[in-house]
Design a protein around this ligand. Sequence first.
Ligand code: ADP
Ligand code: MG
Length: 259
Amino acid sequence: MSAGDRPGGLPGDSAPGGEAIEIIGLRKAFGANEVLRGIDFHVRAGEVVCVIGPSGSGKSTLLRCVNLLEEPTAGTVRVSGTEVTDPDVDIDAVRRRIGMVFQSFNLFPHLTALGNVAIAQRKVLRRDRAEAERIARENLERVGLADKVDAYPAQLSGGQQQRVAIARALAMGPEVMLFDEPTSALDPELVGDVLGVMRTLAEAGMTMLVVTHEMSFAREVADRVVFMDGGVVVEEGPASRVITDPQHERTRSFLARVL
Ligand code: ADP
Ligand code: MG
């Protein structure tokens, strides 16, 4: 069964413990500015890995290289064994296997929550309206918005809109989910609901790569934490070690600023 056939999208297709994301020698330059300077790490199926680091360290670029929103300058990225950096790869097929949630929710203002979650299923996966809406309802329920299916984005709080965006990504049946600072645009009192949905997803076995400044989420939910600075991975390891007992001065000074 392909990812697109799986209505719920959980758990990922990859066997638990297999490599869901492999990043090997990844480099990315914008002109003379080398933003990623040789990144190596992996995410196993079912794992939650949080990427932390100062602004400008290359975290968003890293995530964008995983689904080819940016084309790497060098290196290899594999998602569930498919080399996405292979020039012959079917980019659209790869992107269908990767859900992405950004800081900004990017919902269509003229569509309801249900319509927002159904539309890509219909256009990209060619599901018919009834099936797309059934799967949309399931996923809106999963993010705690069963009572908001008919609401328009303007009628929803930022946290609710972000949960619609998460439901939209899940409805595509992704094998992995990428989150780029999903709570950074939210008022503080709305952050908890979004993190709660992400925690539930993690507990259900979803493979997740999460850029976040929420250190308590990283400490409590992540299997591993990767600290990036200046386009390299400075250190990585269990959250308890990287956040509580960092080995490198750069990690210590970053944590001193955010904790
Ligand atoms: P982070 O997410 O850690 O804050 P980014 O990956 O967004 O860092 O950015 C890292 C560096 O790459 C920054 O110096 C930024 O200006 C640069 N950069 C990111 N995207 C582009 C782009 N499309 N064109 C040119 N420079 C970019
Ligand atoms: Mg960023």
